[in-house]
Design a binder for this molecule. Structure first.
Ligand code: NAD
Ligand code: DAU
Length: 339
């Protein structure tokens, strides 16, 4: 059995990764270490093979807890745990610095202390900032780091610590940088699940600014598969960009969701823009395709349809979230503009 340590495995992408790996391998055991913040949800793990999955509730900033949970003879740490929402980082960045920066450093130290064979840092294209509108420029692995939001700055800082662990101590590290994920079990603070859930409830859909910001969308399982391949085939010390060559204007995404649900475009409400709103993300994924032998398997139309169906079929999952602390967040974030 290969033992791996996954942090943030009760979140959106971490849980998709765990579902995928337990389904597609028979010789991997996972310790899933997650603090269960507002974004962590044990319901995301319903149906995983419990004989090869151990859940440990803990904070990646807590060195003793990490060392206690880390299995002996560990093949890899996959660091998904993070504060992940840009708008929340604009309201307050403290937690972002703690989890995303300090937490990553704690995990790097633990990896060295316990001779973990590889450290996979799940990073983001946002560390590279914003690309000009409708240009033919793309993010590559050598694009400079120019984070614009506190969230992106914390993820860029984490990358620097990963690099330093490689350069200073020779730790075997790999960094992956992916674009915007969508799919089942995404917390409805992010664009696609927020719009699906509001549309299903006939509530207004808040679109920031002119709606012409571009994001490069990828189905979550394709991202999860790329991370696994980066572990298996990636070169130590390297960075791999992951993207499905699927640039979309926000307004087109929102209209596609309304159309798929048979709801009117009149539900769209343009609201004040996000501060420092990155205009465009677009990823050149040549290196992952060539060196990892990866390619996305789910196209945009199919992925969006599957995602919408998941939310339609899992209204209880959404209701549990919408009934909790989410209500206060939503009120604070959108209350005034959607009146
Ligand atoms: P998410 O917010 O859905 O989940 C984050 C998970 O981390 C939650 O389960 C939460 O409980 C856990 N967590 C938070 N703080 C923790 C702490 N201190 N200790 C232990 N666990 C903690 O996030 P996501 O969208 O699944 O993103 C996962 C990772 O992928 C993040 O590192 C994010 O930066 C990166 N990423 C996300 C996207 C995207 O589009 N969502 C794209 C590229 C990269
Ligand atoms: O690119 C990867 C990143 O994608 C990840 O690193 C982040 O963790 C993830 O949150 C995501 O960041 P974005 O800021 O791009 O995602 P979000 O879903 O918050 O917003 C997508 C776009 O939609 C963005 O241009 C802002 C816009 N938007 C978002 C919300 C929540 C709206 O217009 N209205 C909204 O209510």
């Amino acid at each position: 059995m290969k033992r791996i340590f996954v942090t943030g495995g009760a979140g959106f992408i971490g849980s998709a990764f765990i579902h995928l790996i337990l389904r597609e391998t028979s010789d991997v055991e996972i310790v899933n270490f997650d603090a269960l913040t507002y974004a962590g949800n044990p319901e995301n793990l319903t149906g995983v093979d419990e004989t090869r999955h151990t859940f440990v509730k803990g904070d990646i900033c807590d060195k003793a807890a990490v060392l206690a949970a880390l299995p002996d003879d560990c093949e890899a740490i996959f660091n998904f745990a993070a504060e992940s929402h840009v708008d929340r980082s604009i309201s307050s960045a403290d937690e972002f610095v703690l989890t995303n920066v300090l937490g990553t450093q704690v995990l790097l130290d633990a990896a060295r202390a316990r001779n973990v064979r590889r450290f996979i840092q799940v990073s983001t294209d946002e560390v590279m900032g914003s690309l000009p509108d409708e240009s033919n420029l793309y993010f590559t692995e050598i694009s400079p780091l120019k984070p614009n939001s506190p969230y992106a700055a914390s993820k860029a800082a984490a990358e620097h610590f990963v690099r330093a662990a490689r350069e200073t101590f020779g730790l075997d590290t790999v960094i992956t940088r992916c674009g915007n994920n969508y799919g089942p079990r995404q917390f409805p603070e992010k664009l696609i699940p927020l719009m699906i859930s509001n549309a299903m409830n006939d509530e207004p859909l808040p679109v920031y600014g002119d709606g012409r910001n571009v994001r490069d969308w990828i189905y979550v399982e394709d991202h999860a598969r790329a991370i696994w391949l980066a572990f298996e085939r990636g070169k130590a010390g390297e960075i791999y960009n992951i993207g499905a060559r699927n640039e979309q204007y926000n307004i087109d995404v929102v209209k596609a969701i309304l159309d798929a649900l048979g709801k009117p475009h009149s539900l769209i409400k343009f609201v004040a823009d996000r501060l420092g709103h990155d205009r465009r993300y677009a990823i050149e994924a040549d290196k992952s395709e060539t060196e990892l032998g990866w390619k996305p398997l789910t196209n945009w139309e199919e992925g969006l349809q599957k995602t919408i169906e998941w939310y339609q079929e899992n209204q209880e999952w959404v209701a549990h979230i919408r009934n909790g602390a989410y209500r206060d967040y939503y009120q604070k974030m959108y209350g005034a503009s959607l009146k």
